[in-house]
Each structure stands twice: as structure tokens, then as C-alpha cells.
Design a protein around this ligand. Structure first.
Ligand SMILES: Nc1nc2c(ncn2[C@@H]2O[C@H](COP(=O)(O)OP(=O)(O)OP(=O)(O)O)[C@@H](O)[C@H]2O)c(=O)[nH]1
Ligand SMILES: [Mg+2]
Length: 302
């Protein structure tokens, strides 16, 4: 159970994308084997796990072929903490296509995501004569705009995996930035409220006493007639702000779980914790009554 709750041990999700033959699989092989390889084109995706210090990274190396760009990239990108976009800097004819996909990721798929994303852009194959200058790539792909996009940390490096130029440097920036962001986004909820589906609280864990007016709070919960599914696909999840706190409310089969937190950016973590509590309650209904839920929460959540 502890492992499920510890992202660093379970693995931080990373996605590697880019057009075919940019060097995605070569990079992932280099990370795990520390040598230059000549892989075959990837079909679908390849999963790799690497450990750096005591942190595990789950790396999804996606195929660059059009059918996969259209079908699977978005899902992996949205759920990753970090994204590596690789460009073959010697292929000027593919620049426009690469630009299109890069900006689809930023402007469409990552639009409205609360949690921080770390994006590493590698202008790879710098060892080849035809390799374009970094300035030219930045200008043609309009990458200077990246500095004004909220919730994204972005860096671009010119690299060669073949001659191992700049790779260590770029990866060090990427992995340490991700680790730092995962640390920062770790969230301790300020309160947990479980109510029945009509909105009446049946369990309140509120060490910070933020729900000072329970009557008002019950009113809020009751007023939430029906849950919207606008935020997370099919999941029924709602966010309300009362004074300085965000209340993340999710609807389960027999219960609603409300997690209070000080930051709006805590949403992904609140969602994960709510999911765990729903799972816990589903398995054994009686646990709510005899104090097991208390020990579950104090041991694993607060
Ligand atoms: N010269 C040179 N070749 C490289 C470099 N990085 C990768 N390659 C070569 O480029 C070719 C394609 O690399 P892959 O890693 O298979 O490309 P990919 O991005 O995974 O491609 P798909 O899986 O088809 O999407 C391989 O032959 C690599 O050895 C580099 O820095 N310099
Ligand atoms: Mg590949």
C-alpha cells in the first residue's frame, strides 16, 4: 500500500515524443545502457523503467508514426509529469510538421492542466553536417513563446546521442526539475470530509479546523445537485472555493469524498487521494464505523 502512495517509488511518468527517427528510442537506450544504439522504428510504444538515486522514472517511448501521434500521444502526455520532445535537427524539411505537433501538445493537450509540467526539447543529431543552428530552430518553431506559458518549465538543448554531446547536461536539468516539482506538488490535505450522497457529513477529519461552520458546509454540499464531468472525463469531480480553501469533491457509489487544500494546484493529488479513499470504502463498508478509516487516513494520507 505504501508504494501506491509514493510516486517516487512507484515511478514518475515521463513521455518521450517526436517525429519518426528523431532518436527517441536511442535516447531511452542510452539512459538505461549508457551506449549509442541503432534501434528499429518503434511500433506503438516501449516502456522502460530507470532509477536515478532513489527515484524511479517510468519512461514511455512512443512511436513517432502518424497513426500513433493521432491515437496515443495525447493520453500519455496528459498523464506525465515530464515530456521530452526530440527533433532531428538535420531534417529541415520536417520542421513544419514537428512544429505542428509540438504546439498541439502545448496549446491543445496541456491547456488547462493545473499541475506543473516539465518539458525538455532536444535538437538532436548535432553531429551531422546538415544540423541546423539552435537559433534557427528556436525562431522557426517560435519557441521563445514558451517563456510566457504558465505551469510549464521549458528548456531546449542541442544534443548528439552519437557523440554524447550535451546529453548528460540536458537530462540532469530534466530529472532534477521533475523531482523538485513532484516534491512541491505533494499535498497534505487540510481536511477530509466524507458525506452520504445527500450531502450529510458522516465523517470529518479536520485537524486544522477549517470547516468552522459545519452548517454552512452541509448547505454547500447539499446545494451541489449533480456533479459535472467537465474536468476529468467520466469522473464526477467538483471544485469549490470557500474563503482560502479549495474543496475537491468527488462522487462515489455510496459516498462523496471532499478533500480540502490550500492550493488549486493540489487538484491532481486531491483526485488521487479521493480515489484511494473511495477504493478503501468500497472494499469494506463497515470500516467507516469502527475507526479503521481513521487509522488509514492518519497512516497514509495526513
Ligand atoms: N547521427 C546521429 N544519429 C542518431 C542520433 N540519435 C539517434 N540516431 C539514429 O537515428 C536513428 C533513429 O533513431 P530512433 O531512436 O530509432 O528514432 P525514434 O525517434 O525512436 O523513431 P520511431 O521509433 O520510429 O518513432 C537510429 O539509427 C539512431 O541510431 C544522433 O545523435 N546522431
Ligand atoms: Mg523509437
Amino acid at each position: 500500500m505504501e508504494d501506491i502512495l509514493n510516486l517516487k517509488k512507484k515511478g514518475i511518468p515521463i513521455t518521450v515524443v517526436g517525429l519518426p527517427s528523431a532518436g527517441k528510442t536511442t535516447l531511452v537506450n542510452w539512459l538505461s545502457e549508457k551506449r549509442f544504439t541503432r534501434p528499429k522504428p518503434t511500433v506503438g510504444l516501449k516502456f522502460n523503467q530507470i532509477q536515478i538515486g532513489d527515484v524511479i522514472f517510468n519512461i514511455f517511448d512512443l512511436s513517432g508514426q502518424a497513426q500513433y501521434r493521432e491515437k496515443i500521444w495525447e493520453t500519455y502526455i496528459m498523464t506525465s509529469a515530464g515530456i521530452i520532445f526530440i527533433l532531428d535537427s538535420s531534417e529541415s524539411a520536417l520542421l513544419e510538421e514537428a512544429k505542428k505537433w509540438f504546439w498541439t501538445i502545448i496549446n491543445e493537450w496541456l491547456q488547462g492542466i493545473f499541475s506543473d509540467k516539465i518539458i525538455l526539447f532536444l535538437a538532436n543529431k548535432s553531429d551531422l553536417q546538415k544540423s541546423m543552428k539552435l537559433d534557427e530552430i528556436i525562431e522557426k518553431l517560435e519557441l521563445t513563446q514558451m517563456s510566457s506559458i504558465p505551469n510549464i518549465s521549458f528548456q531546449i538543448f542541442k544534443t548528439s546521442i552519437r557523440t554524447s554531446t550535451n546529453i548528460d547536461f540536458a537530462m540532469k536539468w530534466f530529472f532534477s526539475k521533475i523531482e523538485q516539482s513532484v516534491e512541491e506538488q505533494k499535498m497534505k490535505p487540510s481536511a477530509i470530509i466524507i458525506s452520504d450522497t445527500s450531502g450529510t457529513p458522516i465523517y470529518l477529519h479536520d485537524p486544522n479546523e477549517i470547516v468552522d461552520d459545519t452548517g454552512m458546509f452541509v448547505g454547500y454540499l447539499r446545494a451541489l445537485s449533480g456533479f459535472s464531468d467537465e474536468l476529468f472525463g467520466q469522473e464526477k469531480f467538483k471544485v469549490i472555493k470557500i474563503e482560502n480553501h479549495y474543496f475537491f469533491i468527488s462522487e462515489g457509489k455510496n459516498h462523496n469524498v471532499t478533500i480540502a487544500a490550500g492550493k488549486e494546484s493540489a487538484l491532481p493529488e486531491a483526485r488521487r487521494l479521493s480515489f484511494l479513499i473511495h477504493e478503501f470504502l468500497l472494499k469494506d463498508e463497515y470500516k467507516l464505523k469502527n475507526g479503521d478509516l481513521d487509522s488509514f487516513i492518519s497512516e497514509y494520507i495526513i
